[in-house]
Design a protein around this ligand. Sequence first.
Ligand code: ZN
Length: 131
Amino acid sequence: MKNIYLCPHCGANLNPSVKIVLVAIHRGRRGLILLSPMPGNYKFICDRSLADSMDVGDLVKFQCPVCSADLTAPRDKEFAELHLAASGRSPRRVQFSRRYGTHATFVISDGEIAAYGDDADEFPQKNFFGV
Ligand SMILES: [Zn+2]
């Protein structure tokens, strides 16, 4: 079943093909970044000059490529947030760490949180306050 990621602000489909397409902003550089639609897969493709400027631990800002809204999660600035629609399910929220090299993703639905990534354990507060 295909996961469809949506901008929480304008509702645009952010993975019209396979990869999720976002704008990444870091140290004044802007570029397109392609992310895997599989939660827990942290392989990404982005503009080389942008990738070269990122060091582990740096906070990266993500924007919607359609409406340019800041995708930082409203209740947790360490994370970016997208909406995830799949047929036969109610929409969920997906939050992933904005820190380069921090592998933590949370898929949040009504009363339920699924954690992905090696570093998800570092965010135990998600289990209590993330919803
Ligand atoms: Zn948007």
